[in-house]
Ligand binder design. Structure first.
Ligand code: PA5
Length: 347
């Protein structure tokens, strides 16, 4: 059914396919967004990126790109308030696509109480209103997407804000490479490309009725978590995620239980991974593979960290959409998540 446009349209009435197909253009547009002027701000001592769910994953991407090149500590804060590291000379970046996540409004209030430099990235909502009222810098991005499908609009402005403060998360050249890789993948993974030559469709079919268990390495581990959340929100299936080498010290033990048959092991490989990590992937495959219901290996594309992480992210987004289609569920709507938010608002 994945090659049947009518069948795909029937399970995707809100157009998640179009949102993903538009991801390369979204990234290109987002990379061109000028950051707001930050006149009184100086280079921070520490950066705290406050976000939840799909918005937080833009922070994870910033942190992953920074890990090997920026000496300033970066924290992705998923929760109310702010961590205690957010004090003197800390910069708070609040990212919420809807602008209505209660946790991020709380983070903004805490930043204000602590008099911390603050910049928001949002498509509107309470966060945009709050920045207007308080005269705070804010990058307004286009509305109309689900937050997890707006990763480009959330990541690139964060990177530009940081660069404006002399924190070089990603170079212009690396951005250009990443945009080219994302464009190439957009063509390769789109619904028009048939199953035999479409890696995302093949992966969804391989996972089938099992649960995906996704593992990355030290760099791609952040994307493994993003895959898990995309499978959960888009396909409405449980997902597991972890990273090597850490999972060798705990989760590996659970792979010998009969439940492993119900899992599909997905390995996010990266040609830049260290030989020690490559060896651990081989071991993981040898030890857990025979117990799993199936195994797939996916390879990052590109040279820079950004290209490699975004390429894997694109693959996971499309695979989760196709898995949703195979399971007959709407990849766009998140009714239970919406209900949690509604009930919390009602008090
Ligand atoms: O992708 C989604 O829909 C969710 O994971 C949201 O990102 C999450 O609920 C937080 O909402 P927002 O990104 O609007 O702050």
């Amino acid at each position: 059914m994945l090659d049947d446009p009518g069948a795909l349209a029937a399970v995707d009435p809100h157009g998640a396919r179009a949102a993903l197909a538009g991801f390369p253009a979204q990234c290109r547009a987002a990379a061109a967004i000028e950051p707001p002027l930050l006149p009184s701000m100086k280079r921070p001592r520490v950066v705290v990126i406050a976000g939840m769910g799909g918005s937080a994953s833009a922070g994870d991407l910033v942190a992953a790109c920074s890990a090997e090149r920026v000496e300033i500590p970066m924290f992705v804060h998923r929760g109310y308030g702010l961590p205690s590291v957010a004090w003197d000379e800390a910069l708070v970046l609040a990212v919420s696509y809807s602008g209505n996540s209660a946790e991020i409004i709380s983070a903004a209030d805490t930043a204000r109480a602590r008099r911390l430099p603050f910049v928001a990235v949002t498509a509107g909502g309470a966060l945009a209103s709050l920045t207007e009222q308080r005269g705070l810098p804010c990058v307004r991005v286009p509305q109309g997407l689900m937050p997890r499908m707006a990763l480009g609009y959330l990541f690139f402005p964060l990177a530009r804000i940081l660069r404006a403060l002399d924190v070089d998360v990603v170079s212009g050249e690396e951005i250009q490479e990443a945009l080219a890789v994302v464009e190439q993948l957009g063509a390769e993974l789109a619904p028009e490309r048939p199953l035999e030559v479409n890696e995302a469709k093949r992966l969804a079919v391989a996972i089938g009725s099992r649960w995906p268990a996704v593992y990355g390495g030290p760099v791609t581990g952040a994307v493994a978590y993003r895959w898990k959340t995309d499978f959960e929100e888009n396909a409405k299936v449980f997902g597991l995620a972890g990273a090597l080498p850490e999972m060798n010290h705990n989760t590996i033990e659970a792979w010998r239980t009969p439940l492993a048959r119900d899992l599909h092991l997905v390995l996010l490989r990266d040609e830049r991974e260290e030989p020690e990590i490559a060896r651990r992937f081989t071991l993981l495959r040898d030890l857990a593979g025979p117990a799993a219901g199936g195994v797939s290996e996916c390879r990052a594309r590109g040279r820079s960290t950004l290209a490699r992480l975004l390429s894997l992210t694109c693959l996971g987004q499309w695979a989760s959409l196709y898995l949703a289609a195979l399971r007959g569920v709407d990849p766009w709507s998140v009714p239970t998540l919406d209900e949690v938010k509604r009930r919390l608002r009602e008090g």
